[in-house]
Design a protein around this ligand. Structure first.
Ligand code: SPD
Length: 362
């Protein structure tokens, strides 16, 4: 009798600890993309432990999603990459009965995201933004004159102009599906074109300015801009604002600006999705639902300076953010934004080959 009880107790303890060990959610998000207390709040509210890992490139995330068995429960692909990965069977449909906070989402923005994921079946919007130009106000004035207005892709694509900035550091995202279309757009070509000749023209332009580019990297520029170590970065809206904020905080005298150039820029959505083989799908839904809480999303936007797709969060978002045209573009600027094109395998190979050539000169 005693022995049976003891065994039962041991069995309960073992089962309990297995549950406790398994009560986790493995999240793979972009770097510098969450408020400092979001994870802590989620763990306190749900008792679920978050294992949090970061990346700074859609290509890196895509390789993991297409290989499978990543172990991640929640990932954050950009909408065009999401569409391709959905087609490859990489994600599971969301169980919307577990996501009551979907009601908080902005219907128009979700409709925009549905272009890549019909009926928002597999994903919901995390944050959105633009790919524009971050710059050091003082360094540009020193080299191009006090009256030079930063409002054009000339700053990075016109060899005569960018050559004058090489000494203070020009950087570009290591994001071929964003930089090549921006170069094509500058040349007057359709940034959504999948015509090989258009990519080649964009790549030729990039090769002509390549000697003046210090590096291609998608996260290092935040600190480098903030510290004054580089002076121009083709970068993501919120990241540049984070650099601006870090510089202000450190009172180092560096003044940062962000511009959506007059010729237009890419607008993108980053999406919360659950891999098809996520080990903790229930916890993934709990995490996504928590993120869609209005206050939690507002806190994230207030910390990372990215626009979000959560209509209910807007009253809690800092007016300094909602009123900034670099974060919430004006109607005139919005009219010139383009959205990502989803590339097929052939186009992808063209882009990858040209990008390698641009970066390495081979
Ligand atoms: N530091 C967070 C950056 C998020 C950028 N998302 C990438 C969008 C690509 N189109």
């Amino acid at each position: 009798m005693k022995r049976t009880l003891l065994l039962a107790t041991v069995a309960t303890v073992v089962a309990g600890s297995a549950i406790a060990q398994d009560n986790v959610v493995n999240v793979y998000n972009w770097s510098d993309y969450i408020a400092e207390d979001t994870i802590e709040k989620f763990e306190a509210a749900t008792g679920i432990k978050v294992v949090y890992d970061v990346f700074d490139s859609n290509e890196v995330l895509e390789a993991k999603m297409l290989t499978g068995s990543s172990g991640y429960d929640v990932v954050v692909p950009t909408s065009d990459f999401l569409q391709r990965q959905i087609a490859a069977g990489a994600y599971q449909p969301l169980d919307k009965s577990k996501l009551p906070n979907l009601a908080n989402m902005d219907a128009d923005l979700m409709a925009g995201a549905a272009v890549y994921d019909a009926d928002n079946e597999y994903a919901t919007i995390y944050m959105w933004g633009t790919t524009g130009i971050g710059y050091n106000v003082g360094a540009i004035a020193e080299r191009l004159g006090e009256d030079y207005e930063v409002n054009s892709w000339d700053l990075v694509f016109n060899p005569e102009i960018v050559s004058k900035l090489a000494d203070c550091g020009v950087t570009m995202l290591d994001a071929p599906t964003e930089i090549l279309p921006a170069a094509m757009n500058y040349l007057g070509l359709d940034p959504r074109s999948t015509n090989k000749a258009d990519f080649e023209a964009g790549a030729a332009l990039l090769e002509s300015v390549r000697p003046h580019v210090r590096y291609f990297h998608s996260s290092q520029y935040i600190n480098d801009l903030a510290n004054g170590d580089v002076c121009v970065s083709v970068g993501w809206s919120g990241d540049v604002f984070q650099a601006l904020y870090r510089a202000e905080e450190s009172e180092n005298g560096v003044e940062i600006g962000y511009v959506i150039p007059d010729e237009g820029a890419l607008q993108w959505f980053d999406m919360l999705a659950i891999p098809v083989d996520a080990p903790h799908s229930d916890n993934a839904h709990t995490f996504i639902n928590f993120i869609m809480d209005a206050q939690i999303t507002a806190d994230i936007t207030n910390y990372v300076w990215y626009a979000n797709g959560n209509a209910a969060s807007m009253p809690m978002v800092d007016p300094e953010i909602t009123s900034d045209p670099g974060i919430f573009p004006t109607e005139a600027a919005s009219a010139k934004l383009w959205s990502s094109k989803v590339y097929d395998a052939r186009t992808d190979r063209v882009v990858t080959r040209l990008w390698t050539k641009v970066k390495t000169g081979q």
